[in-house]
Design a protein around this ligand. Structure first.
Ligand code: GLU
Length: 279
């Protein structure tokens, strides 16, 4: 049976128990299915990612006893590839320039009558400006981000309902608008998480995506991108998030639960597996 899964962390901080849970779950699933386990470094957000965190990811995973295929795909080394996909999307007419800063977006969203949601990077308000204003701003040298117009995307892929399979939640109907018009590229991130992840999942032949249910919302727009780009939709397993004793999610900023500090405090990989209840 063909089973290829991946763990795809962003090196924006140290890995914590929640990551250990996710990585071990994917790794054990690959072993159980006689499949392959791939590690991918998602570091296209140049403002937040650091090479020392990538190094830390290798150390933490090796310490946990996880083995991955080499060479590791490091997304920041493939901006040319992502740019050619962005060019393709632009030719399809599904991208538009957004000149608003994050702060302006938040302010505009707060005063929008229908409220807003800030998904991974999407805010549900239309930010397209008139052609004349766009030209003026480009001449002035204003910075902009490229957003994916959900409306234009749907016009292209048609209005047949889209679905994806989730191992624990069943067949899920895609809500293409649930992330808003996501950012595809911006100054400090020349290609967005969604675009790179969707491209790489197909490129690496990923058949099963195992990740936390905090990313369930992202899957909706990722399926839209798969359809736009003619890529297959893998099977998903959005697992429950591991919570601390107060019922809260682990955070990268919480030093006490990073794998590095647990290791330094002489916890063993076996104890970590016990904590995340995988043995
Ligand atoms: N790089 C993403 C993160 O660290 C996860 C991507 C994914 O599993 O699709 O949140």
């Amino acid at each position: 049976m063909n089973f290829i899964t991946r763990f795809a962390p962003s090196p924006t901080g140290e890995l914590h128990l929640g990551h250990a849970y996710s990585a071990l779950m994917a790794y054990e699933s690959a072993k159980r299915h006689n499949g392959r386990f791939i590690l991918r470094i998602e570091d296209t957000d140049m403002g937040r990612c650091r090479p020392e965190f990538t190094q830390g990811i290798y150390e933490d995973l090796a310490w946990l006893g996880i083995e991955w295929e080499k060479p590791v795909r490091i997304q920041s080394q493939h901006f040319d590839e992502y740019q050619s996909i962005i060019d393709r999307l632009a030719k399809m007419g599904v991208l538009y320039r957004c000149f608003k800063t994050r702060k302006e977006m938040e302010e505009a969203a707060l005063s929008a009558p229908h409220g807003f949601r800030d998904g991974i990077d999407g805010i549900k308000i239309e930010t397209r400006v008139s052609k004349a204003e766009e030209e003026m701003r480009l001449l002035r040298g204003d910075e902009f981000a490229l957003r994916l117009s959900c409306k234009a995307a749907l016009e292209l892929i048609g209005d047949e309902p889209l679905f994806f399979e989730d191992e624990s939640k069943g067949k899920i109907l895609v809500d293409p608008f649930s992330n808003g018009d996501i950012i595809i590229a911006r100054k400090d991130s020349k290609a967005s998480y969604h675009l790179c992840a969707v491209n790489d999942d197909a490129l690496q032949g990923i058949t099963n995506i195992i990740r936390g249910e905090d990313l369930l919302i992202a899957t909706h727009i990722q399926v839209v991108l798969q359809k736009l780009l003619g890529l297959p939709t893998p099977k998903y397993h959005h697992h429950k998030l591991l919570l601390d004793e107060n019922g809260k999610r682990f955070a990268k900023r919480d030093k006490a639960v990073t794998l590095k500090s647990l290791r330094e405090n002489r916890k063993t990989p076996a104890e970590i597996r016990k904590i995340v209840r995988l043995t």
